[in-house]
Design a protein around this ligand. Structure first.
Ligand SMILES: Cc1cn([C@H]2C[C@H](O)[C@@H](COP(=O)(O)OP(=O)(O)OP(=O)(O)O)O2)c(=O)[nH]c1=O
Length: 216
């Protein structure tokens, strides 16, 4: 059984395009880059931690395989994760304006006793954005919860002067690399590409009935 350890609707939508059925694991991993940690190492580590946390959730499931992913925008070795608020988003967009940045999307696929990883690298060149462009973009909600404060699959498409790499990778789940990783584990999608991501999210185990909070 394949699981996607992610709360991102983009990731489940993309994985379903491979024609796979999978369960969703609602995990929450703190994303903090360590001092001196290279951006590539950081995204790989976070993807591995997401997949590992997901696997712990389904230890009782026979043949469980869990996919985790992490996407970060990198400019001059500075990592732009998801913006804290609109001011942070505006600062990110000002920095990205008129320049090229990298988007790193790491994948980790784990099962009991096995792990495989992949890293997708894309380069995105933004048009020059003026303050009106930024204000108009921030008036919508496509910057929220997105690395680098933009969403290539939405209105920010108009900011992208050039993309080299993986469009699905920038969106959060590089599909070529995902398909290759899954094949290594003997998992192939259906030819019709009509996969279904089961929305019945697997929740963490209920607290033990021995817990004092539940005592009469
Ligand atoms: C650059 C870019 C990022 N994104 C999204 C993909 C990811 O959802 C998000 C980066 O944050 P992530 O930490 O990679 O993922 P997440 O917190 O949204 O989901 P989870 O950890 O539960 O899997 O930014 C886009 O949707 N479009 C884009 O163009």
């Amino acid at each position: 059984m394949l699981y996607l350890a992610s709360k991102s609707p983009r990731r489940s939508e993309l994985l379903a395009r491979l024609g796979l059925d999978f369960g969703l694991l609602d995990i929450d991993i703190p994303e903090h880059r360590g001092p001196g940690e290279a951006p590539e190492d950081y995204v790989r580590r976070v993807a591995r931690e997401k997949a590992g946390a997901g696997l712990l959730r389904v230890v009782a499931v026979a043949n469980a395989v869990v996919l985790g992913g992490d996407t970060e925008v990198v400019l001059d070795d500075e990592v732009f994760g998801k913006p804290r608020d609109a001011a942070d988003a505006a600062a990110m967009l000002r920095r990205l304006s008129g320049r090229s940045h990298r988007v790193l999307s790491a994948l980790s696929l784990v099962s009991a006793g096995r792990e495989a990883q992949s890293l997708s690298l894309s380069e995105v060149t933004f048009a020059t954005l003026d303050e009106d462009d930024i204000a108009a973009y921030l008036a919508g909600d496509e910057w929220q919860g997105r690395a680098g404060a933009y969403s290539i699959q939405g209105r920010a498409q108009a900011f992208v002067a050039h993309l080299s790499g993986s469009y699905s990778g920038v969106m959060g789940l590089p599909l070529y690399e995902t398909a290759q990783l899954l094949r290594q584990f003997g998992i192939k999608g259906r030819v019709d590409g009509q996969g279904v991501g089961r929305r019945d999210v697997v929740q963490p185990p209920a607290p033990s009935s021995q817990s004092p909070a539940h005592s009469p």
